[in-house]
Design a protein around this ligand. Structure first.
Ligand SMILES: NC(=O)c1ccc[n+]([C@@H]2O[C@H](COP(=O)([O-])OP(=O)(O)OC[C@H]3O[C@@H](n4cnc5c(N)ncnc54)[C@H](O)[C@@H]3O)[C@@H](O)[C@H]2O)c1
Length: 345
């Protein structure tokens, strides 16, 4: 019954997922893998996981696993995902599924052929306010959704200090990915075309070749439209991370979801802040919030042999929108969103 789990990538997310899985009674956390020896040694001291590797292929070769959680940088998800699927393992991969639509299609096709389960970690679906919004839209409380707006903006330390690989990603891949997944899920419509603009200045001047901010307007097949905004250059004095706001306007009503303050305001002699506690927080002895709920839910989906709450196709769809958005931002014009590979119902 217990699922034998391995983790690939022990950065911020890989460490958080290890903390959660270690406390899940349905999980036998067997092994983890990361690139740097000192990080691996630290993790082995901190967690009760004896088998550590610097090469994920060696881990997959030597360990008998059921599930692998992949928490490598945005642009390096495809190789470990494909290797795990080839070994017959269920995969929980961090968002975005990949930053390349060809790779995403390859993954979806493999999931489809193998019958294995794959969930992309769009954990915001487990935030109770976002989940309640989904339910109330489905109940028809605001009528058909017609327009959406989503903003997710980070202070500049995220691309300059927190992520060593930000130059190979963008604020939209890193931030809007969540909002695009939520909006597609709430609207229950397929995105068909995108027009976007981006600004490159501040980060380029600091030697990081990526966009400071991106705005994209997406049109859906049911007639709805939605704007997605992301920025990586707020000053570090900004009291929250991220500044996150979402809106849906329907035929008969609206929703506003403001996650900027996360319900706590504090000031000290050094700073003013809105500390985070909703996504991942240790309450006494257990991690609670949307992130642990999402992680543990995937383990449940394997045990119960049911579809994960975020499917491979959901992950593919967010990557397809982001792929079209970046084509539009890079080259100009309106770009059609690829349509999903067929999926047996
Ligand atoms: N779901 C969420 O809410 C959420 C939040 C933040 C980040 N993320 C996503 O999680 C992923 C990881 O982000 P992070 O902030 O933890 O990054 P990070 O840079 O802190 O960690 C990445 C880790 O991957 C390891 N790695 C890289 N290549 C590897 C390889 N070949 N084999 C083994 N390990 C390798 C690195 O050594 C590093 O430890 C990204 O895709 C990011 O977008 C998701």
């Amino acid at each position: 019954m217990k699922q034998r789990v391995g983790v690939i990538g022990l950065g911020i997310m890989g460490t958080s997922v290890t903390q959660v899985l270690e406390r899940n009674p349905l999980v036998d956390l067997k092994a983890f893998c990361t690139l740097k020896e000192d990080r691996l040694a630290d993790a082995q001291k901190k967690f009760s996981v004896s088998n550590g590797y610097l090469d994920f292929n060696e881990m997959l070769e030597k360990e008998d696993l059921d599930i692998v959680y992949i928490a490598t940088p945005d642009w390096w998800h495809r190789d470990p995902v494909i290797a795990c699927l080839d070994k017959g393992l269920h995969v929980h991969v961090e968002k975005p599924m990949t930053t390349d639509i060809g790779e995403a299609t390859e993954i979806v096709e493999k999931v489809k052929r193998s019958g294995l389960k794959l969930q992309v970690s769009y954990n915001h679906r487990w935030l109770s306010a976002y989940n309640a919004t989904w339910n109330m839209i489905r109940e028809g409380q605001i009528g058909k959704p017609l327009m959406g707006y989503a903003r997710k903006n980070n202070p500049i330390f995220v691309p300059t200090e927190m992520l060593s690989w930000s130059g190979k990603s963008s604020p939209a891949w890193f931030l809007s990915a969540h909002d695009i997944d939520l909006m597609c899920w709430w609207f229950d419509q397929s995105p068909i075309e995108v027009h976007g603009y981006g600004v490159k200045k501040v980060l380029v001047e600091r030697g990081i070749d990526t966009y400071d901010m991106i705005q994209g307007l997406v049109k859906f097949d049911g007639g709805a439209i939605a704007t997605f905004e992301s920025s990586w250059i707020y000053p570090n004095t900004h009291p929250s991370m991220p500044d996150s706001f979402m809106e849906v306007i329907g035929e008969k009503g609206h929703f506003h979801l403001d996650r900027k303050t996360e319900a706590i305001e504090m000031s000290t002699e050094e700073k003013f802040a809105w500390p985070r506690s909703l996504l991942n927080y240790k309450v006494f002895d257990k991690w609670v919030g949307a992130f642990p709920s999402c992680v543990n839910s995937f383990v449940d989906s394997v045990i119960e042999d049911r579809e994960p709450f975020v499917t491979a196709l959901d992950g593919w769809r967010a990557t397809a929108v982001l792929d079209a958005l970046h084509q539009s931002v890079d080259n100009g014009g309106i770009v059609k969103v690829q349509q999903a590979p067929s999926w047996p119902r």
